[in-house]
Design a protein around this ligand. Structure first.
Ligand code: SAM
Length: 294
């Protein structure tokens, strides 16, 4: 199933239009290795037949299966460690102050802090956020805050990845990539040779399928957004459009965290301002007033 140049280009256009995934010219092998199992499952004998089915039939589930197969779900607990260390030490106190201010202004007792993990993949990122919050609450028992004051939404385009996230079941290898022995003992239990996320962590996280290229206007009012290691798969225009959408989903003064190798498109400079928490770079959403000034 080695793709011809034309087949490769048609798959590229399909992925770009539907998911934003931008395949560079050297990624022909990815099309071959990832679409072969899809073709086999549907008894399709060639890539030409896969493309015909994608283009001719209005078959949403087949299209989703192809997109799903082409996503890269690489992730780990506490990925890059410092964003999660900063979450515990500096970012959470800042968010809690925001919440206190909101409570004072609106009079609503303890509205929740809303956190969104945009590309949650198999769940390690939203669960790492939940564990950092629980660590923080345990280390600061006098705050009067509880896990109920936080809501974490984890989303991804890949239903296959989300199914793994919902199961919350990980191998030794996955656990050893990023979790300390202490977190492992506190937040996981062993079951039939695997590790299960404990209910108190699991209950803090909602998981939903969301394609960030589609309409996300109902996803609003977030105080912190993790959009880590997703923009690298997009071209510059898609990156800009996605960052603008995420800005709309954030509350004023809300924070956006990107992956270690990612940066905001230069054209987003009037929407966000860079701020440093130790080694972690975050982007604060500017208020409408400051955006106009910029
Ligand atoms: C490399 S993983 C990053 C996981 C995690 N954020 C991390 O940093 O470890 C990228 C994820 O983005 C998801 N993805 C790709 N395109 C997407 C889209 N258009 N909307 C939502 N998620 C998407 C993929 O399914 C994949 O799980």
């Amino acid at each position: 199933m080695n793709p011809t140049e034309e087949e490769f280009n048609r798959i590229r256009v399909f992925l770009l239009e539907t998911s934003g995934l931008c395949l560079s010219a050297d990624k022909q092998y990815l099309v071959q290795t990832r679409l072969e199992p899809v073709a086999r499952r549907h008894s399709l004998l060639s890539l030409a037949e896969v493309i015909r089915r994608l283009e001719e039939r209005n078959d949403g589930s087949f299209r989703d299966e192809v997109i799903d197969a082409m996503t890269t779900n690489e992730t780990s607990f506490n990925r890059d460690s410092h964003p999660f260390d900063e979450l515990r030490s500096t970012i959470l106190p800042r968010l809690m102050q925001t919440l206190q201010d909101r409570k004072t202004r609106s009079g609503i007792p303890f509205p929740r802090i809303r956190i969104w993990s945009v590309a949650a993949s198999t769940g390690q990122e939203p669960y790492s956020i939940a564990m950092a919050i629980l660590d923080f609450l345990e280390a600061n028992p006098r705050t009067g805050w509880t896990a109920d004051h936080f809501w974490i939404l984890g989303t991804d385009i890949s239903e296959r990845a989300l199914q793994a996230a919902r199961a919350g079941r990980y191998s030794d290898w996955e656990i050893d990539r990023g979790l300390s022995r202490e977190q492992k003992n506190k937040f996981l239990t062993q079951h039939e040779g695997q590790w299960l996320i404990s209910p108190r962590v699991r209950n803090m996280v909602d998981l939903r399928r969301v394609n960030v290229l589609q309409n996300i206007v109902d996803l609003a009012g977030f105080d912190l957004i993790f959009c880590r290691n997703l923009l690298i798969y997009f071209d510059e225009l898609t990156r800009f459009n996605v960052c603008q959408k995420l800005a709309k989903s954030l509350n004023p003064d809300g924070l956006l965290l990107l992956g270690a190798a990612e940066h905001l498109p230069a054209s987003s400079d009037t929407t966000f301002q860079q701020i440093k928490f130790g080694r972690t770079i975050a982007f604060v959403k500017l208020s409408a007033e400051n955006q106009m000034r910029g």
